[in-house]
Design a protein around this ligand. Structure first.
Ligand SMILES: [Fe+2]
Length: 196
């Protein structure tokens, strides 16, 4: 892995989030989600002998346009994310082949209607699920989301979380060892967010 280049991009991503006009993105999202996804991607890629550098870059970029366009429109978020990824990787002299590998990993990482077919894509989807299940991000989101401000919106949030962690544990983890590792956390989060 080219550490200097990866660290430079890591700093860029951190700064990019910090400059977001959205309070949740600027204050919380890098430290409570993206940083962890990058750490898990590095760990899994190393363990399974998959390209570590491109796995880490996929993780750093996977939600990047959340900082500018937000998360309301999936297509807009993905298109912008791919544009920023292409631009920054090109500026850092990555080959078109490497850029495409990272983009192909990012496109299906949510595992909703598309699923990863490449090793790096499987690393990213798994790392993203771990970045939800093994961190406090689901507790952080309601703190910074101004729209969660009454009983109805809180109940809606809880329902959303339960669906999301089901997808995290069932559809997004491609390495069995990590499903086992995350399972107790999945059950704990589910029990909290399933309460009346
Ligand atoms: Fe994510």
């Amino acid at each position: 892995m080219n550490k200097a280049k990866t660290d430079k991009i890591r700093d860029f991503v951190k700064e990019f989030y910090k400059n977001s006009s959205d309070n949740c993105m600027s204050g919380w999202f890098y430290d409570h989600h993206v940083k962890h996804v990058a750490k898990y991607a590095e760990q899994i890629a190393q363990e399974y002998n998959i390209n570590v550098e491109l796995s880490v870059l996929s993780a750093l970029f996977h939600d990047i346009a959340g900082a500018t366009v937000g998360f309301d429109d999936d297509n807009k978020l993905m298109n912008e994310t791919l544009k920023i990824t292409e631009k920054i990787m090109r500026e850092n002299n990555y080959s078109q082949e490497d850029i495409n590998e990272v983009k192909i990993a990012i496109i299906p990482h949510s595992c909703k209607d598309k699923f990863p077919t490449t090793d790096i894509g499987k690393v990213l989807a798994t790392a993203d699920a771990l970045g939800h299940l093994l961190t406090d991000v689901y507790l952080v989101l309601p703190i910074c989301d101004e729209e969660i401000n009454d009983e109805a919106s809180w109940n809606e949030y809880k329902e959303w979380i339960v669906k999301k962690i089901d997808r995290d544990i069932n559809n997004k983890i491609f390495f069995e060892k990590y499903r086992k590792l995350a399972y107790p956390r999945y059950e704990a989060i589910k029990s909290i967010f399933s309460t009346e």
